[in-house]
Design a protein around this ligand. Sequence first.
Ligand code: ADP
Length: 264
Amino acid sequence: RGGEPAKEIPFAKPNSLTKVYAVASGKGGVGKSSITVNLAVAMATSGLKVGVVDADIYGHSVPRMLGVTGTPTKVEDMIMPPSAHDVKVISVGMFTPGNTPVVWRGPMLHRALQQFLADVYWGDLDVLLMDLPPGTGDIAISVAQLLPSAEILVVTTPQQAAAEVAERAGAIAAQTHQQVAGVIENMSYLPCPHCGEHTEIFGSGGGEQVAEALTTTLGARVPMLGQVPIDVRLREGGDNGQPLVLTDPDALAAKELRTIADKL
Ligand code: ADP
């Protein structure tokens, strides 16, 4: 279908009421996908219509974390996304057979993202969350081109080294003229299950540091949205497709994630 003109992206229309957030991180393993999934479910349980685009081509893990079992279906010329916990999801993983690693190059990624946004039947969404690959790669630039109004959410750990690369991922917004909605610090501390004492496994201050640096770089206040603690149940929930905000809403991490979702 090479010569066909690309379809219009509904979220890119000036009168679109959908808030789009691109969730970014400097490096992998900081919990970007876990945060995306829990925020999505928290928003859905508060009555919002939510969709997630899993654009993390290298580590597409959103369907597993959300417990999506369905697959996309085709109705006329639209792709119907499967859903779980009232969240509609589309993932690069749904279009690669088995666990075949994705080796697409820039232009193909751009095309895939364009399709995820334009050819998928999302309906009227209040919020669309996009889980980006870590770093400042092609996808981040494609998002900026396809959806200039998308705001960036930066996920980091408190660790110095992670914060420095997260800063760079957020600073791309200065070049693309996008807004950074805020910084989320994940794995901020481990609360002792017996006495409640906090152990700062990955140090402290990374989130604050990224928020301050981006505020300076962008010349606009970038807030620190919250600090999510380490919780074994959050990891287990990701492995089982049962997000913590649903299974253990009273857990410290779940409460923090809800507070962050309410701010967005
Ligand atoms: P990323 O998307 O940044 O690569 P993931 O969301 O896949 O990161 O998280 C990496 C690993 O860390 C996963 O196994 C996930 O379950 C776990 N994890 C993420 N955040 C937390 C947390 N706050 N507490 C415990 N485990 C976490």
